[in-house]
Design a protein around this ligand. Structure first.
Ligand SMILES: [Mg+2]
Length: 232
């Protein structure tokens, strides 16, 4: 029984679709950094912002080293999303069943937070734009600004939650919910449980091959998701 699990939610394409306002902010941030547009085929889903920025630079002819450029891209990334924050709620959406699932888990005493590749300020802007912050404890979350490697983020959530709540969660009581193989990789690295949802760029059948505890098309069946995560 995991009656009061710790649930670490991915943000983009798991809780929300940020819409066009959030869509190309990385490319805008890169072009502000270098004063030109870089062509690249880098896939974003499930990766942290610093990793995406580094991969875009690596795919280009920008001379090494790239670390300073990555830092500048992340600064611009924060600015671009702040400029567009008003577009998020207007053009984006909360994904099916998310609000109901978050509310019910919250009411059952689960500790819920985010584990996201977004840099911290951008995750906060996105979550609050859609009014999901009332169900999430963002203080104990982990963000792309904490580490470029997603598997490094779950130990941070566990540590921050243990400090704040003065209790520990076993791997069996800890869930990562996300929409890509990178979310699963992050859960597996800590032995945590993993629910994957096919609301992002990876299709249901592919997610099913990864070895997650559960795969769902979306979160619209809040009953089933709450039962799964609480072991009830
Ligand atoms: Mg995602």
């Amino acid at each position: 029984m995991n009656e009061r699990p710790l649930v670490a939610w991915d943000v983009d394409k798991t809780l929300i679709d940020a819409g066009p306002g959030g869509g190309d902010i990385m490319d805008v941030a890169v072009s502000r950094t270098l004063d030109r547009v870089l062509e690249h085929g880098v896939r974003f889903g499930g990766k942290t912002d610093p990793r995406i920025a580094a991969e875009i630079l690596a795919a280009s002819d920008v001379p090494l080293p790239h670390d300073e450029h990555v830092a500048t891209v992340l600064t611009h990334l924060e600015d671009v999303l702040r400029e567009r924050a008003h577009l998020l709620a207007a053009q984006g959406r909360v994904l099916p069943g998310v609000r109901e699932t978050l509310k019910r888990l919250h009411d059952l005493g689960a500790v819920q937070t985010v584990l996201t590749g977004n840099i911290r300020p951008n995750a906060l802007v996105k979550i609050s734009a859609f009014g999901l912050d009332e169900f999430l404890d963002l203080e104990v979350g982990a963000f792309g600004s904490d580490h470029a490697s997603r598997p490094q983020l779950l130990p941070l959530v566990l540590e921050r939650a243990a400090l704040k709540y003065r209790r520990t969660w076993t791997p069996q009581q800890t869930w990562v919910v996300g929409d890509t193989e990178f979310d699963h990789e992050c859960a597996a690295a800590s032995g945590a449980r993993c629910l994957l949802v096919a609301t992002g760029s990876v299709d249901y059948d592919t997610l099913g091959t990864l070895g997650a505890d559960a795969v769902r098309h979306d979160l619209s069946d809040a009953d089933a998701v709450v039962s799964l995560l609480t072991g009830r």
